[in-house]
Design a protein around this ligand. Structure first.
Ligand SMILES: [Zn+2]
Length: 85
């Protein structure tokens, strides 16, 4: 299982995500989940797949113990908005 080293682990916007202490996504990188969602939104994909098992893990920064499901959804919405710019 890969560990995320990306700078997005420290982005302050992930502070607002709900905590995921006991869920399956607990150790997954929310930054990677966000970027996956963003790309799908930018392409206005209609079939969404978070594929949580394939996300890198992260215990660092602002993404620690945050919900990757919420991050993915936020990324998708931001991606959709960006697609209209
Ligand atoms: Zn990441």
């Amino acid at each position: 299982m890969s560990t995320c080293q990306n700078e997005h682990r420290h982005y302050p916007e992930f502070e607002m995500l709900p905590h995921d202490q006991g869920g399956i996504g607990r150790h997954k990188c929310c930054g990677c989940a966000y970027e996956r969602g963003f790309q799908l939104g930018l392409n206005r994909e209609e079939m969404l797949d978070l594929d949580i098992d394939s996300l890198p893990v992260s215990q660092a920064g602002t993404v620690r113990h945050k919900s990757p499901h919420a991050a993915f959804a936020m990324g998708y919405q931001d991606g959709i908005r960006a697609s209209y710019n």
